[in-house]
Design a protein around this ligand. Structure first.
Ligand SMILES: [Cu+2]
Length: 239
């Protein structure tokens, strides 16, 4: 009888333990012989758009418009793509912690629309004089769900584990934002030219992921050499 109870206990515990492991553990070490990854994220296809039809608060949210589902420059560079290394066990320190990262509601848009943060605090802010209900999800599961009825309101919350968090507004169905919660500090968000730099990477072989909401992720191998810059071009394709 005792053995049966023990077996059930183990069965109950193991799946929880597997899903509860938040992320790869990461050790900070001094990186003196690191290399750099420099690259550009491009998208060559036709740029699809979505029609946005604000149904309320138009004085703040603006009128009907078409918006691109991916921000592509004249030379095909993708802005606001996120690039990061996965399964990194050790390396440089995280950026010095300052104020918590913010997700603001400005004219019924999320600012920033795309950001990368370490697991930890996040302040959700409302700059608008209208109610926003900011709702973040890891997949289908709610990460936070915050009503912000007042202009200037700020609510501290927390994203406790690595993963991709999509952000909606329950008051304005067209609003969408993305927060990439990472488990190591080797990441970048591409600029208007699609370019990115990831510095102080210990020499070795890595897996790099580039991701954008329309295209989803692309994964590629990259080898980093001490004191050198590795050039990398990443093409995103529509899912
Ligand atoms: Cu809203």
């Amino acid at each position: 009888m005792r053995i049966v109870t023990l077996a059930i206990g183990i069965l109950a515990v193991v799946p929880f333990a597997m899903t509860a492991v938040p992320a790869q553990s990461y050790d900070v070490v001094t990186v003196t012989d690191g290399g750099t990854i420099e690259g550009k994220v491009v998208f060559n296809g036709a740029v699809p758009t979505k029609k946005i039809i604000p149904t309320k608060d138009v004085e703040v949210c603006g009128g009907m418009r078409e918006e691109p589902l991916i921000e592509v420059g004249p030379d095909k560079g993708v802005q606001n793509a996120v690039v990061y290394l996965v399964e990194v066990t050790k390396g440089k320190a995280w950026p010095a912690p300052g104020k918590p990262p913010e997700l603001d509601n400005v004219k019924c848009r999320f600012e920033p629309a795309v950001q990368v943060i370490p697991a930890g605090p996040l302040d959700v802010v409302n700059t608008d004089p209208v109610l926003h209900n900011t709702h973040g999800y890891y997949g289908q599961r709610t990460a936070f769900n915050l009503a912000l009825p007042n202009q200037g309101q700020r609510i501290p919350t927390e994203l406790k584990r690595a993963g991709i968090v999509r952000v909606d507004c329950d008051a304005h169905g067209w609003m969408e934002g993305w927060i990439y919660v990472v488990d190591n500090p080797y990441y970048a968000v591409t600029g208007a030219d699609g370019k990115f730099t990831i510095a102080d990477v210990p020499p070795g072989d890595y897996k790099l992921v580039a991701v954008q909401s329309l295209t989803g992720p692309v994964e590629m191998p990259v080898t980093v050499t001490s004191g050198k810059s590795t050039e990398l071009n990443v093409e995103l394709k529509k899912k």
